[in-house]
Design a protein around this ligand. Structure first.
Ligand code: AMP
Ligand code: ZN
Ligand code: FE
Ligand code: FE
Length: 281
């Protein structure tokens, strides 16, 4: 079994790629994916750590897209990290995330929550800034008891300090992942970040979506069953994954997983970039 969705300090997780690989090995998994938000920065370290543990490494990223007020997360596996269009979009999103985080901090200040911008950027380190970094700064300041309370009271989609990030339309996101040679899987369509409508998912299938993440900690049994059946009717595979974020989320590696055969089928749909036949992914 393989956990197909985990984060590290390269985005808004709190563990390193090396630690994720060790946790996957301890959980008895056969492999693990690295899917940080809008970056492939952790791939080299993760590939080396997986090799040491005898784990299959599935390289990926979680691309931010949006349709109107709805944010849609796309998992792109085995993309070419040097694909010009994808790298440019990741760069653009990094800048966009910084701008948005500043605006969120301004909104928090107007609500009486003064955070140090230096502390927020220090918590993000070299990673694209995400709401969990701001939530962690709020917990440190004693504004809220934990990250969940920061989202519930302030940062959740539509919340008093929430600010949208400008991103590609999800149909264009699927096309970009495909153009970069990767397999595109819709992340947590019915998760805490807002349900993705069936109309949008149908459009993504038409655009060449490769799979749907049905088994996610944010899905209850009914939601997971719904997406499995919906995908099966359309001949699409479904995946399972923890969406691990270290201490920023109450889930653990291996809590949801995907059978090896499904991962192999996704891999077969991808294209090895010219000149990269020897790379460890
Ligand atoms: P961002 O990329 O800045 O929009 O933040 C998205 C991340 O925030 C997700 O990957 C989750 O890790 C986290 N998140 C979103 N909603 C919640 C929530 N209600 N509670 C805790 N974490 C959340
Ligand atoms: Zn995240
Ligand atoms: Fe997500
Ligand atoms: Fe995620």
């Amino acid at each position: 079994m393989i956990d197909l969705h985990t984060h590290t300090v390269h985005s808004d997780g709190t563990t390193t790629p090396t630690e994720n690989a060790a946790l996957a090995a301890a959980a008895g998994l056969a492999g693990i994916a690295l899917t940080d938000h809008d970056t492939t920065d952790g791939w080299d370290e993760m590939a080396a750590a997986c090799q040491r543990h005898g784990l299959a490494f599935v390289p990926g990223l979680e691309l931010s897209t949006e349709r109107g007020e709805d944010s849609v997360h796309l998992l792109g596996y085995w993309v070419d990290p040097d694909h010009t269009g994808l790298a440019a979009e990741c760069d653009r999103l990094r800048n966009e995330r910084t701008r948005r985080a500043q605006e969120i901090c301004d909104r928090l200040a107007a609500l009486g929550v003064e955070l140090s911008w230096g502390r927020v950027t220090a918590l993000a380190g070299a990673a694209p800034i995400g709401r969990p970094h701001i939530a962690a700064a709020m917990v440190e300041r004693g504004v809220v008891p934990d990250i969940t309370a920061a989202f519930d009271g302030y940062l959740a989609d539509g919340g008093p300090a929430w600010v949208a990030k400008h991103a590609l339309d999800p149909v264009d996101g699927v096309a970009l992942i495909r153009d970069a040679g990767g397999a595109a899987v819709l992340a947590h369509p019915g998760g805490p970040e807002g349900a993705v409508t069936l109309d949008i998912v149908s459009e993504l299938v038409t655009a060449g979506l490769h799979g749907i993440e049905a088994d996610h900690p944010g899905h209850d049994v009914a939601a997971a069953g719904f997406w499995r059946a919906w995908a099966r009717e359309r001949g699409l595979p479904t995946t399972g994954a923890s969406d691990f974020h270290g201490t920023n989320k109450d889930v653990h590696i291996g809590m949801r997983h995907t059978p090896r055969a499904v991962v192999d089928a996704l891999h077969e749909a991808t294209v090895v970039p010219a000149g990269k036949e020897g790379v460890p992914w």
